[in-house]
Design a protein around this ligand. Sequence first.
Ligand code: R5P
Length: 264
Amino acid sequence: MSGEHCVILGTIAPPDEGFLSAMLLAHTLKKEGADKVTALLPYLAYSRQDKDKLGESLGTAWIGALLKGSGIDRVLTVDVHSGRDKELFPIPLASLSTAILFAEVIQKHRLADATIVAPDNGAIGRCEAVKRAAGVPIGVTPYFEKERTAKGIIHHGSVGTVGARVVIVDDMIDTGGTLVAACEKLRAAGVQEIYILVTHGLFTGSSWLQLWSLGVRRIFCTDTVPLRSDIDAANVTVVSVVSLIRDSLSWPDKETGRMTARGK
Ligand code: R5P
């Protein structure tokens, strides 16, 4: 591999073990003479730790520094949490959008007439990208003003005008707190059917199970993270990111003609 550009496919689940494996492999590749190492990390753990708050780690920056220190030149991920992550990373961080995959879900499951809602203002851009990819009018995306408090998530105010069917788009479901709070409000606003499209399905704990009693008919998530084995596939549909990643890796480098990785 001397002089080669190598791509590592790292599974970041569980995150700490996955990070260490990717870093050790990158270090080994560089030791053996690799020219460049791109780490393909479909789910970039710690990417939510992108705010510099007193007493809290700025995890994104630190993870970026560790990856760089291990010899990784570039990271390719799927649906990174925010643009801030890219600013905090000391090496180029490219992110593949799942909008096209979710647009296919919307077409296949005849959800084009549903209102696409953002559970917080950080998800508005994702919603617009999905609408654009699905070819539905962009309009104004209804969203919630979200606040994380010691007692949990609070969504302030009303979401605006929504129909009886809603699709919520977000980057991840972790505990489900964000989505439960959003669905409670949507139900109170008269929404009958809710579909959830999330890129990373972490499904931590059990709070998210409340979603089934809040009008949620189905959750679609991708396979960037292995799905918890106890989750009923009848309610949670996994959408593969393989085509997204395959397309991003089959692009020959303009200068060398070798396989490389692209992404925004
Ligand atoms: C927040 O900024 C993210 O986009 C997600 O909404 C959030 O991290 C999901 O976490 P949870 O499911 O625990 O509310």
